[in-house]
Design a protein around this ligand. Structure first.
Ligand SMILES: Cc1cc2nc3c(=O)[nH]c(=O)nc-3n(C[C@H](O)[C@H](O)[C@H](O)COP(=O)(O)OP(=O)(O)OC[C@H]3O[C@@H](n4cnc5c(N)ncnc54)[C@H](O)[C@@H]3O)c2cc1C
Length: 667
């Protein structure tokens, strides 16, 4: 799969070429069309003979499972939750981007492509991002046809709002429940296929390993999975001709995040251990508008949607003495007169104002709080203020647009955001890193595909708001259904295999041995207490501001946590029954490994780009300083064994169609 072309370098690092990444030749805007015109197809009779396992029922997994079944493949679909509808995607609030240009404000496929690649700090593949922008419009048509109730203007046309990193309004939304409505659309399509017997749905099942079987040439291919029935604890084996993983992101490595509690990185680690490269693990997104942490016994952070930055203005006091009085609870935000407020995003970035991308807004909030201008009792909060919007539009209009988000805020914070400005602070939200995939969304393991947030593609070093839903649905509805056929067309002669084969038996044995080892520890610490400690280390050493020294220290601490976990964790109950603590322990074992991989990757990437901010590499104004001559590549990590360091493999990002610039949101 990889060849050496950097022999001049001492380290002899391997490189992935565009051919290996299967990037089609030709002009940017014709690559996808050319691909589709020449890919291999599977005829209807053969589709019926092929089985595909899809892990996940979030927007990526559900759309893929429904589409593949609709096309005629037999699909086995798995999820942890008790219903596909409960996948983490349901939490998405703000919206989904598409280049429809309904507002006639100058949008186009190219502009969506450009904003996305620039927003990602020029660390994504050009061909993938262009394809994403191209299919964005199909997604909206597909979802409208399914009945997704996108917001409409008075005249009946679909409405749009603005999100960070763009000067046009291209975000389609359903109040603050866009993910939920899109997921219900995908779920309807999935249910139709379940009803027709084309999808066999396995809820409350967790994949614990992937099974690889060598073909006649000795090349290993994904041929099935080992999964645990979470209700009975039974370990089961499943065969398929290909495995597609849409298991979501690994943000919960930080313990506190905006992700759903069950979101995890274990499926990614299973792929990684079987040879799938883990790409850019250090690219994690910190979202600027979350409800600040309020105590030590908290296990979840809540996002206030980025859509709020359309009308909300972010500020802190200009005077330190006002900040101190706010921190002491002596005054409220509304007591500070207009002339004493510092709308620091509007001041620093006049062209984009409050709608700068998330990485920029998060760092700016941290900078103000680090200087002592924080507005709550911990000093770790800034204001998001709607008083202007309420004056300009009226309370009713604001309530119509954001009512459910305001209600959520009031329930959690016990303050009325119509009267007092909201308090917000950055929190871990999304992971741009993930399993490396080629243009076909195939990992470096044959027959193993990865979609949605679980893969690394399309967002580079920073994801723009409303682009994750776009990517997940693009992968599931419009990309994978084409590209997987290119692989499966060669598999039509492969008969269904027995799960009694030794490869399945060995994988199951290893899974059971791992569970037995964990159950036997019977130490003194709960899973959550160790996870919380890991989270603090991640936030302090691998968080918003990273340094070489801090990362090295972080790695040492993560190694110590690993030891503590494997010698002192306590898991009550039985392995052969419902056991929530065992589920969490299995996931934490992988979070520890991911945390370390994130730190290793962050340490090697001696530059700042997007969400990855190395304090040593910043401009005099505190902006991210990229090192394009050294780091314009995807950093892929290859597993080399339990006790050895991973191997770095590079996929150079040679920009053919777009000029790399320093990101500018000022003018
Ligand atoms: C609060 C919040 C708001 C957001 N708002 C927006 C927004 O407005 N716009 C936007 O574009 N993006 C938004 N995002 C990001 C977006 O929601 C996610 O990136 C996206 O939903 C991920 O979809 P997915 O299908 O890849 O994964 P998920 O929705 O996370 O689904 C993962 C699936 O995999 C299953 N799974 C995982 N591991 C296993 C396993 N081992 N075995 C079996 N099943 C497994 C789970 O059960 C689940 O079904 C938001 C994120 C958050 C946290």
């Amino acid at each position: 799969m990889v060849i050496d072309i950097m022999a001049t370098k001492k380290e002899d690092i391997k490189v992935i070429t565009p051919e290996m990444a299967k990037i089609p030749a030709g002009p940017l805007e014709l690559k996808w069309t050319n691909y589709k015109n020449h890919q291999k197809l599977v005829n209807p009779a053969n589709k019926r003979r092929l089985d595909v396992i899809v892990i996940g029922t979030g927007l990526a997994g559900a759309s893929a499972a429904a589409s593949l079944a609709e096309m005629g493949f037999n699909v086995l679909n798995f999820c942890i939750q008790d219903s596909p509808r409960r996948a983490h995607s349901i939490a998405a609030q703000g919206g989904i981007n598409a280049a429809k240009n309904y507002q006639n404000d100058g949008d186009s496929v190219y502009r969506l492509y450009y904003d996305t690649i620039k927003g990602g700090d020029y660390r994504a593949r050009e061909a993938n991002v262009y394809r994403l922008a191209e299919v964005s419009n199909n997604i909206i048509d597909q979802c409208v046809a399914q009945g997704v109730p996108f917001a409409r203007e008075y005249g009946g046309l679909l409405d749009n709002r603005s999100f960070g990193g763009a000067q046009v309004s291209r975000t389609f939304y359903a109040k603050g429940q866009t993910g939920q409505q899109l997921l219900l659309g995908a779920y309807s399509a999935l249910s139709r296929q379940i009803g027709k017997g084309k999808v066999k749905m396995y809820t409350r099942y967790e994949m614990l390993d992937i099974v690889l079987i060598a073909d006649e040439n000795g090349e290993k291919r994904a041929r099935g999975i080992i999964a645990r029935n979470l209700v009975t604890g039974k370990i089961e084996r499943f065969f398929a001709h290909a495995v597609v993983v849409g298991s979501g992101g690994y943000g919960n490595t930080f313990f506190l995040s905006t992700n759903a509690m069950a979101s995890n990185g274990s499926a990614a680690m299973q792929m990684y251990r079987h040879g799938a490269y883990f790409a850019n693990p250090c690219y994690a997104q910190i979202h600027p508008t979350c409800i600040p942490k309020h105590g030590d016994f908290q296990s979840k952070l809540t996002l206030m949607s980025e859509s709020l930055r359309n009308d909300g203005r972010i500020w802190v006091p200009k005077k330190l003495e006002d900040a101190k009085r706010l921190q002491a609870g002596e005054i409220k935000g509304r007591d500070i007169p207009e002339e004493d407020r510092d709308y620091y995003l509007e001041r620093r970035y006049p062209a984009f104002g409050n709608l700068v991308p998330r990485d920029v807004a998060s760092r700016a909030a941290k900078e103000r709080c680090d200087k002592g201008y924080g507005v709550n009792n911990t000093g770790l909060a800034v204001f998001l203020d709607f008083s202007d919007a309420i004056q300009r539009l009226g309370k009713d209009v604001v309530a119509q647009k954001y009512g459910n988000l305001f209600q959520m805020y009031e329930k959690i914070v016990d303050e009325n955001p119509y009267e007092d400005p909201m308090m917000i602070f950055p929190a871990i939200h999304y992971t741009m890193g993930g399993i490396w995939v080629d243009y076909e969304l195939q990992t470096s393991v044959k027959g193993l595909f990865c979609i949605g947030e679980a893969n690394f593609s399309d967002h580079g070093a920073n994801r723009l708001g409303a682009s994750a839903l776009m990517q997940g649905l693009a992968d599931g509805y419009f990309v994978l259904p084409y590209t997987i056929q290119n692989y499966l067309s060669d598999q039509i002669g492969v008969p269904r295999m027995s799960t009694d084969l030794p490869e399945f038996a060995e994988a199951e044995k290893a899974v059971k041995a791992k569970i037995d080892k964990l159950m036997a520890i019977q130490g003194k610490r709960s899973v959550d207490s160790i996870h919380k400690e890991l989270g603090l280390i991640m936030w302090d050493f691998v968080g918003m501001g990273r340094t070489a020294e801090g990362l090295k220290e972080g790695i040492k601490k993560i190694d110590a946590i690993k030891k503590e976990f494997w010698t002192n964790v306590y898991i009550p109950g039985e392995a052969n029954a419902l056991n929530n603590e065992l589920e969490k322990a299995l996931r934490l074992a992988d979070f520890i490994e991911i945390g370390r991989l994130m730190a290793v990757d962050a340490l090697h990437r001696e530059e700042s780009c997007g969400g990855h901010f190395r304090e040593e590499y910043q401009t005099p104004e505190g902006e991210a300083l990229r090192q394009d001559d050294k780091f314009a590549y995807v950093g892929c990590w290859k597993y080399t064994g339990e006790d050895s360091e991973p191997e770095l493999i590079k996929e150079p990002l040679d920009y053919e169609f777009t000029e790399r610039k320093t990101r500018n949101y000022k003018s």
